[in-house]
Ligand binder design. Structure first.
Ligand SMILES: Nc1ncnc2c1ncn2[C@@H]1O[C@H](COP(=O)(O)OP(=O)(O)OP(=O)(O)O)[C@@H](O)[C@H]1O
Length: 338
């Protein structure tokens, strides 16, 4: 079996808040993920489900409370500070807010040339050539127009392109983009996802894209990519994108798909959004075994409140954590004319 570039094994993250009366927040629980070379993985879920925490742990910017992180099969839980800072250059993080992640007083040339020179030990003409190559790659063309401009001269989409180019200066093995399209114009969102797909295909970089919209996740991961659905800090369903989107087996994934906008106005009018029993966020208690979606799920029964369903293999392309996945009603996709 292929050795994954990055592997998360049984990752749990618990935050504590308060000084005298501590409150514990289970942000992630028992997350297992394998990222192979050139993988395309979309992680989806609503706000507060643990996406950013997972992204930061995958980029080695946050330490898990429990679990192992492996880099090419080697456990890196106890590596030296020096090795950790090296590994952090191999897994690059693209922040959701391009406004905050770029230095406002550096030109676009300096934003890219300084880290390029540091990471690759190049200067002069070679450095200029590489800066131009990166600008071309992310669609900031012609490069000569942008070199002496500043981030504030760019639109939100342009700044996100620059942030992606800067992440590439370290020649990363993995790029984790945390909701990179949430703060940019709707019309530019597809182009940013398209750039990530090109980097994945042409440079062979493994890409983890964090999103809350399953439609965007589908656009990114269709045709060979994967999707993992996060709810209440757990992965409730994961597998090949086309398999998950066409045959979702977790009630939460079905809810997400049914809530996602569809472009066809006739279908949009007829589309039924799946109602839930409750719209409260999941309650997570330390040591309590249950399905995190049980309070909201239309199909939950006693067992769902007393036992952790755990991910089960449906087939080699699909895992789901639901006791009743094979007893749910037939799935009719909202885009179907049936
Ligand atoms: N540093 C922290 N200290 C305490 N609690 C935290 C911290 N970071 C995250 N949390 C909590 O962990 C849970 C998961 O947060 P996280 O930001 O990972 O979710 P998310 O899915 O990325 O949400 P969003 O889309 O709103 O950013 C939330 O309940 C959040 O309040």
């Amino acid at each position: 079996m292929e050795i994954p570039v990055l592997e998360l094994e049984g990752i749990t993250k618990i935050f504590s808040r308060g000084y005298f009366k501590k409150k514990y927040i289970i942000a992630l629980e028992n997350i297992n993920l394998r990222i192979n070379k050139q993988d395309r993985l979309a992680i989806i879920g609503e706000s507060g489900m643990g996406k950013t925490t997972l992204a930061r742990i995958a980029c080695l910017l946050e330490t898990p409370t429990q679990g192992k992180i492996k880099w090419f099969g080697k456990d890196i839980s106890n590596v030296s500070r020096r090795e950790l800072s090296y590994l952090r250059t191999r897994v690059q993080y693209v922040h959701q807010d391009p406004y905050a992640s770029l230095h406002p007083s550096r030109t676009i040339y300096a934003t890219l040339a300084d880290p390029l020179s540091r990471n690759n030990n190049i200067r002069g003409k070679e450095l200029e050539r590489r800066v131009e190559e990166l600008l071309n790659l992310v669609g900031l063309t012609p490069p000569s127009y942008f070199l002496n401009k500043y981030p504030h001269h760019l639109s939100g989409g342009g700044r996100q392109r620059l942030a992606i180019a800067r992440a590439l200066t370290a020649n990363p093995e993995v790029l984790v983009a945390d909701e990179p399209i949430s703060m940019i114009d709707m019309s530019l969102r597809a182009t940013i996802i398209q750039i990530l797909k090109i980097l994945n295909k042409e440079l062979g970089i493994s890409i983890i894209l964090i999103l809350h919209d399953i439609g965007a996740a589908r656009f990114f991961a269709t045709n060979g990519g994967k999707i993992a659905v996060l709810y209440g800090g757990r992965i409730v369903e994961k597998g090949e994108c086309d398999e998950i989107v066409n045959n979702p087996l977790h009630p939460y994934t079905r809810t997400l798909i049914s809530a996602s906008p569809i472009p066809d106005p006739d279908l949009a009018q007829e589309k039924k959004v799946i109602e839930l029993k409750s719209y409260e966020p999941p309650k997570r208690e330390l040591g309590k075994k249950l399905c995190p979606f049980s309070h909201a799920c239309l199909y939950s029964q006693d067992i769902c409140f007393n036992k952790d369903p755990g991910l089960e293999n449906v087939n080699d392309k699909h895992e789901v954590a639901c006791f009743f996945w094979n007893r749910l009603p037939k799935w009719i996709p909202p885009w179907s004319k049936e």
